[in-house]
Ligand binder design. Sequence first.
Ligand SMILES: [Zn+2]
Length: 357
Amino acid sequence: MKALKFIAFAQFCLGLSALALQPGYAAVDNDPSPQFNSGDDVSMAPGHPNHFTAFATESPEMLARMPAIDPETGLHVSEIKPGLFYVTEGVYQSAFLVTEQGVIIFDAPPSFAHKLPDVIAEHAPGIIIRYLVYSHGHSDHIGGASVFGDVEGLQIVAHAATVQSMERAARPGILVPTITYDAPYEFSLGGETVELTPASFHAEDMDTIVYLPRQRFVMAVDTITPGEAAFMNFGATSDVGAYMTFFDTILAYEFDHILSGHVSVLGAREDVIMARDYAHDVWRTAGAGMATFLDRFNTTLAALEYKNANLAYRATIEAVRRDCAREIIDRWTGKLSVVDVWADSHCQTVILYNIMH
Ligand SMILES: [Zn+2]
C-alpha cells in the first residue's frame, strides 16, 4: 500500500516537473491517457490523445433499450399504462394522462412542445386539456408551455418557488402558474389522482415529485438517466448532498415506471437502485480521495514556488478527480453506459462539495 502511494506521489511529482519545463503552464498534467472529459478535453482532431474515439460508445444494452423515434414526427410516443403516454424526441421527455374529463400534461420541453397538441389530439380526440404540471422551473423542461397559452381554462400547476423565480427573472415561453403549492398537493380529474410532493434534489429553488398512484408512475426530473451514468455534475444538481438522498425518497414510492426527463428511455425501479449505488460509490471514492488533498496541494504549491496557488488548487483537484474517476470507471463500466464520459465530472462534483462542507 505504501509503495503504491509512493508511486502515485512520484507520478504526481513527475507531472509537476513536466509543468516546470513548459512555458505558460501548458501541461499541468502529462498523463497521456484520456482525461475522462472534464468539459474541454474531448477532441475531434484525429491523433489527439483525447480524440472522441478514446471514449466508449453507448453500451449495446443501452442501445437495445432505446425506443425508435418516428422519422416523420421526430418523436417516440408510447402508452405505458392505460391512458398514460410518454413522449420523447430522444433527449427530453414529457408525459400526459388522458381521463374522461380532460387531459393532464406533465412538462413541456421547448424542443418538442410545439408537436404536443397534435400528439394529444391524436391520442385523446375531442378531449380538452385541463392541466399542465411543471416538474420544476427550468426553461429546458417547461419553456414550451406557451403553445398551450390559448387553451381555455387551462390550469398551470407548479410549486410557489417557480412563481417567485419567474418574478425575479423573465422566463420566455413559460406560462405563469395558476395553481401553486408549497406543501404536498393533490388533485383529481376523471377519477385519476395526481400527487405532487415538493423536494430538493436538483433545481436551485424547488423540485416536485409527481406521482400517479393508480398508474404506479413517478416523475422526478433531472435525476437519473436510466441505463447510463447520470449527466454531468449528477444531472447538474444544485445540491449534491440532497441529490445523494433522493434515491431512497423515490424508492419509497410504489412504481413501475420513472420518468426522469432525459434520454429516450423510460426508467424502472432497478434503474434507480443502480443509479443510487453508483452515486454512493462516487461519494465514498471521492471522499476517500480527499484524505490526500491537502498533502498534494502543499506539494504542488511548493513545486510552483508558492507563486500560483490557483494553479496548485486546480492541479490538486484534477489529480484527486483522476484517481477517483479511474476507480469508478473500473467498477462501473459494463453496468452503466457512458461511465467514462461523466465519471470525472461526478468525482469533481463530490470533491467540490467536500471542500465546501
Ligand atoms: Zn432542470
